[in-house]
Design a protein around this ligand. Sequence first.
Ligand code: C2E
Ligand code: MG
Ligand code: MG
Ligand code: MG
Length: 284
Amino acid sequence: EAKRQRDAVPQLFSPELEQEREARLTLERELRHAIDNGELRLHLQPQVDADRHVIGAEALVRWQHPARGFVSPGEFIPLAEESGLILPLGSWVLQEGCRLLGEWRRRSEFSDLKLSLNVSVRQFQQPDFVDQVLTAIYRHSAAPGSLTLELTESLLLKDPEGTIEKMLLLRRIGVSFALDDFGTGYSSMVYLKALPLDTLKIDIAFVRDLSHDTQSTPIAAAIVALAQSLELGVIAEGVETETQRAVLAGLGCHQYQGYLFGRPLPVEEFHPTPVAQREAPPAA
Ligand code: C2E
Ligand code: MG
Ligand code: MG
Ligand code: MG
């Protein structure tokens, strides 16, 4: 399919386009290598409640390229989606996430935390997606009730019935679902109501400009009200300032994720105590 997409591009013999194409192919080859050779890592970003207690974390994939250094997911996730590499990448994230949940289950400070994994549309639409999740859960003895899958609105455009069916199967064993980047895609309100969701995630785009000025709040307010009337949880992403947190709390949103509470950290450095509140280490 990736080949068909490339062939569909008008054949313009511009050196810039040719270079761009070469660069993409190189990156694609390197990403394939990265997936097979353990160059990917999960970082965890805390999710907190009104009392700033850590209630969970979102796993965000990182690529440490041996020569280029850190490559941002904003760069390689779209490439992975176009090339189909999102399938092996997504399986790796699922395995790694469930392995972590298996570990957490045996460590009391972590055993109540939820872990959210991002699932791309193509990954979710594989006919055996439900089996893949079940297999990963059982292999690592993960607690299914601690797993949240983050989906995006674009799934609803493609195959709402199939989506609902898969969600119901996974929900039956306790897996939760959050709708990521809510408000930036094309949600049909009809399907939104039919979807067995647990949580809406308010996109950073609606959090960024929040101030005490009431003109900044209409969209965030509408999303919170929508979540409440659908009896869903709501969490805001990209919360960077105390003002944003306070405005969100005023609107009725009491779960947050963002730099105010913690940046994504390597798994080994992630701890359920918020970094800002942890005691400073004794002076050496
Ligand atoms: P997302 O799922 O919406 O993740 C939230 C993004 O916002 C992350 O970017 C996170 O680092 C960033 N972020 C969190 N708090 C703040 C904040 O306070 N301010 C700002 N400016 N940004 C904040 P990241 O890690 O670069 O990931 C970008 C996107 O890549 C994710 O957006 C997600 O769509 C995708 N992605 C990441 N990991 C995976 C994965 O394992 N699988 C799939 N399919 N997609 C992934
Ligand atoms: Mg996400
Ligand atoms: Mg998001
Ligand atoms: Mg986002």
